[in-house]
Design a protein around this ligand. Structure first.
Ligand code: BEZ
Ligand code: FE
Length: 293
């Protein structure tokens, strides 16, 4: 059947029908829905030919911006709130497990293995902080020897991989194994808020729409232990700017933690002697195969 005489509704219907023989039922469902929504969207805004060309050019440049260490499509998904929506649809929100949030694009290098108590930011200058916590299950029982992977920006809001000429790779990162009581602790500096990369098409989108590019200060965590669902999350610094307007919509109230100033000589698990800021970050993991509601 030709399509030249079809009106918009019949055209969408014909495209939907063209996927009828798709063997994979989930793929078929997704393509049917995608076709319907895409055609509705184009019809609703009355897309002009020039606008269609602009969109094709934008997506082409988004693809060209991607390489091994830069994923502009994920960034686009992030600023449109799609990453957070997928996260919300697939995360397990139980009252007792720590909430998850987006992975982000800066976990592209392996964190160096460090011993408990180590400084993860030895090449960075800033306010010293001591982060400590315990990994538990949802019943409050310690999870011994959980693997805790952390990464963060420095006090100027940059990750190590953004300053290859001045920062050794691995600064601001650490891979820890919690002790037999599930405890982990490390020294670092308080991270700063920072802008997501704006030197590509996503940056153009933000400036064309008057949106800022900033994320509130945070520390990323991936926590894993056998028998538990891996947790990908961040902890946000309580007094950071942009907590109420994260450029990628990834703040959850439950993930905001106090970073409390302590005087020199205050006891701490890292043996820090100077004044520091203390953050307690307890993590609760969801048992694999447990209640998914
Ligand atoms: C991040 O937190 O590292 C991040 C997340 C989403 C987009 C850009 C950066
Ligand atoms: Fe980040």
């Amino acid at each position: 059947m030709t399509t030249e005489m079809l009106g918009p509704a019949a055209l969408a219907q014909e495209v939907v029908a063209s996927f009828e023989e798709t063997a994979d039922p989930r793929l078929k469902e997704i393509l049917h829905s995608l076709t319907r929504h895409l055609h509705d969207f184009v019809g609703e805004v009355g897309l002009t030919f020039e606008e269609w060309e602009t969109a094709i050019d934008f997506l082409t440049r988004t693809g060209h911006k991607c390489d091994d260490v830069r994923q502009e499509f994920i960034l686009l998904s992030d600023v449109l709130g799609v990453s957070m929506l997928v996260e919300t649809l697939n995360g397990i929100e139980t009252p007792d497990a720590t909430d998850s949030t987006v992975l982000g694009p800066f976990h592209m290098v392996d964190s160096p293995t460090r011993v408990l108590g180590a400084n993860i930011s030895p090449s960075s200058v800033g306010r010293t902080c001591v982060v400590h916590g315990t990994v538990r299950d949802e019943q409050g029982q310690a999870v011994p020897h959980a693997v805790v992977d952390v990464w963060q920006a420095d006090a100027h809001g940059f990750y190590d991989v953004q300053q290859p000429d001045t920062k050794p790779q691995g600064d601001g990162r650490g891979l820890f194994t919690a002790d037999e009581h599930g405890r982990f602790y490390f020294q670092s500096i308080v991270p700063a808020h920072y802008p997501i990369p704006t030197d590509g098409p996503v940056g153009e989108l933000l400036s064309a729409t008057g949106r800022h590019a900033y994320r509130p200060a945070h520390i990323h965590f991936i926590v894993a232990a056998p028998g538990f669902r891996e947790l990908i999350t961040h902890i946000f610094v309580n007094d950071s700017e942009y907590l109420d307007c994260d450029a990628v919509f990834a703040v959850k109230q439950s993930l905001i933690r106090d970073f409390v100033p302590r005087a020199a000589g205050t006891a701490n698990p890292c043996g820090v002697k100077e004044p520091f800021v203390e953050a307690q970050i307890d993590i609760s993991l969801h048992k694999e195969g447990g209640d998914e509601s």
